[in-house]
Design a protein around this ligand. Structure first.
Ligand code: SF4
Ligand code: SF4
Length: 328
């Protein structure tokens, strides 16, 4: 029996729906496509005119959230993007790959981010038409304040998301500046605008966790309640390993996010997307609700893994269970 949902039925604003393009966002995302290919930008394009859903993206900014913090956060994020970076030093510092990676802990210790990892760049993570020759992707993760994110779909939760996008961007710029001082070129990649690469696949590859039914990563410590930024570089960092702790099975038997999603955008089973079987969010159903609420975040807020302190115990329990089953 689905749990009662106070936001259903959801009726999209007809003004917004009038801007819907004829092509489905799911088609752009490659839903039911059997072949592997690079992702296409479906939303948050730096130039909205470049994408089919550009008018809907522009409409998002016409919704007045009634809170000055939105304008403040946008200005702060812009300030981070415009921050001048130091030049790349003439002498390239040399460390062992393991030392390089452990040096990244300084950004966690200083509170710029909560977790950091390094993946080997894969061209299939880059949006079609984008070139990035760097060999390494550093991913930084910043956690939402749970007390704010649980207010979703209130705009206060949207403000918290913007706050963390700003923090994630600042972390990427800090890491980039440090690499330049070390004599290594680097490029920050910050959200939510889709510029170079999809961040979820490298984040999974470098140990942030596993994809959940809600289409976001579930992390052992932060649950699904965090944002990401990236830095591309050739500095020879050691890679951090992927982490699996049973999320897939857990999601198969849980339907909390499915029941909580007002427009019923979450599927009960995995889908084939650009040649990969994975959890997927119905873009066409999610977007109108997301736009009308200045970002939604209900699915990540209700996920049991997002509740502070729950993840580590849950992960340990799932690992013990898997070991027990393997031993039977
Ligand atoms: S709410 Fe349940 S089904 Fe949805 S992502 Fe979280 S654990 Fe998985
Ligand atoms: S963000 Fe989208 S998928 Fe998640 S609950 Fe909101 S509408 Fe549903």
């Amino acid at each position: 029996m689905p749990r009662p949902n106070p936001y259903r039925p959801f009726t999209p604003d007809p003004n917004q729906m009038a801007l819907r393009p004829s092509v489905s966002g799911n088609t752009i995302n490659g839903l039911d496509e059997p072949e592997r290919r690079r992702p296409s930008v479906v939303y948050w394009a730096p130039k909205p005119d470049d994408i089919a859903h550009g008018d809907m993206q522009n409409w998002f900014f016409t919704v007045d959230p009634g809170l000055p913090v939105f304008a403040e956060m946008r200005a702060k994020r812009q300030e981070v993007s415009n921050r001048p970076l130091p030049p790349v030093a003439d002498h390239a510092a040399e460390h062992s790959p393991e030392e390089w990676t452990s040096l990244l802990d300084q950004f966690v210790d200083a509170g710029h981010c909560e977790q950091i990892g390094v993946a080997q760049m894969q061209q299939e993570w880059l949006f079609e038409g984008v070139e990035a020759p760097q060999s390494r992707v550093i991913i930084a993760g910043v956690q939402h304040n749970y007390d704010e994110i649980v207010k979703a779909p209130d705009v206060l939760a949207g403000a918290e998301v913007m706050q963390q996008y700003h923090r994630a961007a600042a972390a990427a710029v800090e890491i980039t500046a440090w690499l330049h001082e070390q004599g290594w070129a680097a490029k920050p990649v910050t959200g939510p605008m889709a510029t170079k690469l999809t961040m979820i696949p490298p984040a999974i590859a470098c140990g942030f966790g596993e994809l959940g039914k809600h289409g976001s990563i579930i992390n052992r410590d932060m649950g699904a309640s965090f944002r990401l930024s990236a830095v591309l570089t050739d500095a020879p960092f050691a890679l951090t390993p992927a982490q699996a702790f049973g999320v897939d099975d857990f999601c198969t038997n849980c339907r909390i996010c499915e029941d909580a999603c007002p427009p019923e955008a979450l599927f009960q089973t995995k889908k084939t997307v650009r040649g990969q079987e994975k959890w997927y969010v119905d873009f066409d159903k999610c977007l109108p609700f997301f736009n009308q609420h200045q970002g939604c975040a209900i699915c990540i807020a209700v996920c049991p893994w997002s509740r502070p302190g729950v993840g580590p115990n849950l992960a340990a329990k799932l690992v013990r269970r898997a070991e027990r089953l393997a031993g039977e």
